[in-house]
Design a protein around this ligand. Structure first.
Ligand code: 5AD
Length: 347
């Protein structure tokens, strides 16, 4: 059977041709998925054992200068209630997160010009000196190389910047003309050169996405060789131009996550909040398909509902940082253990 051979070769060689990937995705079925998940989770276990790493997500601002058609915090959404966390707010999030066993803090936000490099460097420096044993991950969008360098020098270790889609024409259907895939990729390259552990990634089932686009994403990720990959389903937000578009499926998302694991065996791969939003046991299913990271929400409770990238985003259930005990229970039930280690990428 052709599918079995492609999956076997993904497992052994961490690679497949464009045609093979296309064929495998097009001809997927339950048996094929089952075999793929088996080998993807085996590949993850070979490097990470049964460990699941956790990252505390701090959503620091929902102001954004960009107007991405899919995103609920786009500047054009006049209905969004905007907020910004202060340095003190952020330090309190870290304090409670540290107590809950988090050793990575992810500062995520829209591209909010209020946070100048000076302000960000001050916040990062404060976290760095208060928590020398913790990793600091930034997810703050596109900046100049100089800014990325400045924040790295202040103590940041990792940077998440999804490429969103690796096909320029598709990128142009998801973003206004002032944003380009070329600039995204330039940012990703700068981040890597500076020395960050870098995460790229894409949305699954975003509007106008074709099978070829999905394959391009997989090949781009393989070529870029990131330390982390963020990949979750597109989910519409009612106050965006894509309000009436269909959501991506958990089924295709899991299939692609498993391929990402096999092509990039050592990558840190979260089971995303978006996956947990469209599927009840999304995070467990993600782990069983090769994911090895979860990113519970550490943001202050009063802002969580405001960081709405898409409709119905979960924020106060089991994905919340306070629900660590429940997360541990759920992971243990499928044979995995939530650990406190920083979980850095290792070659
Ligand atoms: N559905 C799913 N993911 C989304 N993101 C933004 N809007 C949506 C949406 N409607 C993702 C993007 C971005 C990350 C922070 O959230 O991929 O990079």
């Amino acid at each position: 059977m052709k599918a079995a051979e492609i999956i076997e070769s993904l497992y052994r060689n961490h690679d497949a041709s464009r045609e093979e990937l296309r064929w495998l995705i097009e001809n997927r079925n339950e048996d094929v998925s089952q075999r793929l998940f088996e080998l993807a989770s085996a590949a993850a276990r070979a490097h990470f054992g049964n460990k699941i790493y956790v990252r505390g997500l701090i959503e620091m601002t929902n102001y954004c200068r960009n107007d991405c058609y899919y995103c609920g915090i786009r500047r054009g959404n006049a209905a969004a209630q905007r907020y910004r966390l202060t340095k003190e707010d952020i330090m309190r999030c870290c304090e409670s997160g540290y107590g809950l066993g988090f050793r990575t803090f992810v500062l995520q936000g829209g591209e909010d010009m209020y946070y100048t490099d000076d302000i960000m460097a001050d916040i990062i420096g404060a976290i760095r000196s208060a928590y020398p044993d913790c990793a600091i991950t930034l997810s703050l969008g596109e900046k100049t190389r100089e800014s990325y360098q400045r924040l790295y020098d202040a103590g940041a270790d990792r940077y998440l910047l999804r490429h969103e889609t690796a096909t320029p024409e598709h990128y142009a259907k998801l973003h206004p003309a002032e944003l380009s895939l070329a600039n995204r990729i330039e940012c990703l390259r700068s981040l890597k050169e500076i020395g960050y552990q870098v995460g790229c990634g894409s949305m699954v089932g975003s509007p106008y996405q074709t099978l070829d686009n999905v394959v391009e994403d997989l090949l781009f990720i393989k070529g870029f060789a990131p330390q982390m990959v963020g990949m979750g389903p597109f989910i519409p937000h009612h106050e965006t131009p894509f309000a009436d578009k269909r959501a991506g499926t958990a089924e295709l998302t899991l299939f692609l996550l498993a391929i990402v694991r096999l092509m990039n065996p050592k990558v840190l791969l979260p089971a995303t909040t978006a996956l947990g939003t469209i599927e009840d046991n999304g995070r467990e299913l993600g782990v069983l398909a090769g994911c090895n990271v979860v990113m519970p929400n550490l943001s202050p409770l009063n802002v969580r509902r405001k960081y709405m990238l898409y409709d119905n985003k979960i924020s106060t259930g089991d994905e919340a940082a306070e629900a660590r005990a429940s997360l541990e229970r759920r992971m243990r039930a499928i044979g995995y253990e939530v650990v406190t280690e920083r979980g850095d990428y290792r070659d």
